[in-house]
Every structure is written in C-alpha cells, then in structure tokens.
Design a protein around this ligand. Structure first.
Ligand code: GLY
Ligand code: MN
Ligand code: MN
Length: 462
C-alpha cells in the first residue's frame, strides 16, 4: 500500500509526537494521580515556618547505587527530597532559605539544583527534566543546573543556621566524579570554612514533625498502596498449597502488585514457612512448604513512593492445628486490643505495652514461659512504627495525633530448640495492619484483608 505524498509530513509529525510521549512517560507523565506540585510547595512552606531567621536548609538526592559493571540498582529518591520537591532524578539538591535571598542574579527563598539536559544520555536513560521543565512542573521559581552549586558559598553570605542532610553512604557508593559527590564536598568545605555544624539532627526533627502527619493527598496514595497489598495477599492466600515454594507465594502477591500499578515493594518481601516463620526479616523465600506448617507473609506494595506493610500468617494446608490456633488466637487478641490504643492523645508506646502484657500473660497461661516478664524470648520486636514514604517512616514517637499512620504488628516466634514443650516449636505468627489515627478513633486501612482464623480457613478452602 503506498502512502499519498501529502500525508507524509503529517505522519512524520505524528511519529515525532508519539516518540516524545513515550520518552516523557519515563518521567512519569503517564500517571495522573501523582502528588501535585502544590503539595510539595506547601511542604517547603511548612518547613520554612519552623526555621529561625537566617537559616538555610540543604537536602541532597540519593546517590545512584551501582550493582556491577554498567548495571545500577533501581533508583529510589531520598524520601525527604521527594517530599519537599517531587523530583525523582539523581544528582540534585534543594536549598530552602528562611527568607528570600539573592543568588545567581535572582531573589527567591528556594533554589532547586538539578541535572543538565544531555541528549546523548537521554537517548539511553530517558528524558531529564532540565531547568526549564523542572521550574514549571515542580513549581520552583529558581532552578539552577547542579554544577552551579559549587558557587553557592560565594553567592550566599551571612547564614546563621545551617541544616544539611547529606546522602547516606556517599563516600563508598558513588563515583568520585559524580555531580552529587562534588556538591557534597563543596557543602562540607563551606561548613568547615564557617566552622559550624551541619544541624542535621534539628533538620531531621523538623522533617519528622511534618512527615508524621499525613495530608489528605498522601492518604489517598497510602490507601492505594494498602489496597493493592491487600489484593495481592488475598490472592496469594487463596492459592497456597503444600508443595509450593515460598517464592511462588511471593510471586503471586507481587504479580498482583504490578498488575495494579505498584512500582516496587517498600522492602524485601518476607515469605517464610515452617522454621523461617521465626526469622523476622527473612527474604530468601526459596523453601518448599510442607503440609502442617505455617507461612508468614509480610509484604508491602509501594505506590508513587508510599508503602504499605501488612502481615498475615496462615496454615499451608488451609487448616490451623490446635496448637497453632492457640498461638494465633493470642497474637490476634493482642493485636485487636493494641489497635484500640491507636488514638489521638495516646502515647506511641501504649499499643506496644498492652500487646506485650497480653502476650506475656497468654504465654504464661499456656505454660510456654513461667513469668509474664519473659515475653521478650518469643516477642522480641516493637509493635508499631510509622508508615509512609518509608516502611519504618520518620516521626517523633511522642503523642499520637490525627493523620499519623502506624502499624500494629505483635508476633510470637518459637524456633526449634526453644526452652518450652516441643509441641510449640516451629510456630511463628505475626499479624500486622496499617492504622490511621482519626478524630473518631483508629481506622484500620487494611481491614479488607481477613485475619480471623475461620475467615482465613474459609478463604483458603475456596
Ligand atoms: N516489614 C517490616 C516490618 O514489619 O517492620
Ligand atoms: Mn511488616
Ligand atoms: Mn511493620
């Protein structure tokens, strides 16, 4: 079939347009539910309100981490930089002043330093935002290419308070010539010249105070991450059978996550069966599962940066043994009571203290320990942590307030050889839900996913 000549220029334009759209897609232009630039701008404004006059905050991007040769690990932005800017690119830094300052011939209370456009790199790695697009899309009135950061100390004078967040493992993990490394070195020598400290502790408190209270926009994304995780776990639970491997259970859940648009997991998926149920952060997930054992699945889909963190423990053959059920019921009782403590004005630790008491008394009554204070032999972790951009999210761990999201995750783990009757050996159970503090009390964001023992058995029998 021949194409009429008159159509050729139009086909060319259409082709170029489609190619550009494909490239833009790599910068996440396909998703229309990302946090808006106004959210990040407001976060910068809220941080600014906490700063004394004469302050300057600098938050750097995460380094690109090399796996080997020319393959890097999937890039993940520093959560504070993402929170303050929405930027997903490496080799960047944001500067926030307490009041407008002149620098590089412009006056603003913030400057974003970002990678330069580079046609040849963009051909391999996808489009870079560049100064112009970053200014428009991320709502910054002052953007500079990152090499200009090296001139900052000459441009900005009379800072009384520095608050600098350096990237972690910067010295070992990134190429000496990377722009990020150069910016970090420059910042360190500036502080050395001024003979001042980096104020990192104060900055992390400011950011913890902000990030521990989720806005409505964040809660939409967090709920989506939780819903995806519930769907993936439910599908996995329905399909578990003796003879399957742990990784096959993981695969079912993670397949569902991807199908529902989750970009990643918030942490390595934990699918431990039999003796592996007692390894708290087990991620090998290679073991074939046997009849009569339990499998503990602790998984969290990440959606647009926000991660869920949910655990269910089920019998591989679909029916709890009497002894498994006794331990399960005790963990569930502790968890349900602990959730009631997730309310405004309560201490962060209150849920843990109650769970520990219930588990201590329960283990004593079952004859597994002789004194309830020995509970830590079998329940050796905390009950709660904040949840958000990180699975163990930042926060003040003080008094709970509306907008806090935390996990409630008591567990009992009895490895082989434990100093109790052998009948309990190999039982490891954790039940974990994600709970939002509201003015009306705790709201279990993950309540779609069954956790009652009969409900789970019912789900597995279908
Ligand atoms: N998934 C890790 C935790 O529950 O804290
Ligand atoms: Mn977990
Ligand atoms: Mn957790």
């Amino acid at each position: 079939m021949s194409v009429p000549k008159v159509l050729i220029p139009w086909l060319l334009i259409a082709f170029l347009f489609l190619s550009c759209t494909a490239l833009f897609g790599q910068q996440n232009f396909y998703d229309n539910d990302l946090l808006p630039a106004s959210f990040h701008k407001d976060r910068r404004e809220q941080l600014r309100k906490k700063l004394p006059p004469g302050s300057m905050v600098v938050v750097f991007s995460n380094p690109v981490r090399n796996r080997s040769n020319d393959v890097d690990y999937k890039y993940s932005q520093d959560p504070d930089l993402y929170y303050l800017t929405g930027l997903m690119e490496p080799d960047a830094a944001v500067v926030i002043f307490s009041e407008p300052r002149e620098a590089f011939g412009a006056t603003s209370d913030e400057i974003l330093f970002i990678r330069e456009k580079d046609d040849s790199r963009e051909l391999w790695d996808g489009i870079r935002l560049g100064v112009k697009m970053a200014g428009e899309d991320l709502n910054f009135d002052h953007v500079q290419v990152n090499r200009k950061f090296l001139e900052m100390s000459g441009q900005v004078k009379g800072i009384d308070n520095f608050y600098i967040k350096y990237p972690t493992d910067i010295d070992v993990n990134i190429g000496k010539k990377s722009s990020l490394n150069r910016m970090v070195k420059e910042m360190r020598s500036w502080l050395a010249d001024e003979r001042v400290s980096d104020g990192a502790g104060r900055l992390s408190t400011f950011l913890a105070e902000l990030r521990e209270v989720k806005t409505d926009e964040e809660l939409v994304l967090l709920q989506k991450a939780v819903d995806i995780t519930c769907a993936g776990l439910e599908k996995a639970i329905r399909n578990i059978k003796p003879g399957m491997t742990e990784y096959q259970v993981q695969a079912i859940a993670e397949f569902e996550f991807r199908m529902m648009g989750s970009e990643y997991q918030g942490y390595g998926s934990i699918c431990g069966s039999g003796p592996n149920t007692s390894i708290l952060h087990y991620t090998d997930n290679r073991r074939p599962m046997d009849d009569g054992e339990l499998i503990l699945m602790d998984i969290g889909a990440e959606y647009h940066g926000y991660t869920a963190d949910i655990t269910r423990t089920v019998p591989v053959n679909g029916k709890f043994t009497d002894d498994q059920r006794k331990i399960y019921d005790l963990v569930l009782k502790a968890q349900l009571e602990g959730i009631k403590k997730v309310k405004e004005g309560e201490r962060f630790r209150a849920a843990h203290e109650l769970c520990a008491r219930i588990i201590g008394e329960g283990l004593r009554d079952l004859g597994i320990i002789s004194n309830k204070s020995e509970y830590m032999k079998y329940f050796m972790h905390g009950t709660s942590h904040y949840l958000g951009l990180e699975v163990h999210d930042t926060g003040t761990y003080g008094t709970l307030q509306t907008g806090n999201v935390l996990t409630v995750e008591p567990g009992i783990y009895i490895p082989e050889g434990s100093p109790c009757d052998e009948r309990w050996w190999g039982i490891g159970i954790r039940i974990e839900d994600d709970v939002l503090v509201t003015p009306d009390g705790p709201q279990v964001m993950s309540d779609k996913l069954p956790k009652g023992p009969e409900e789970l058995e019912q789900l597995m029998s279908q």
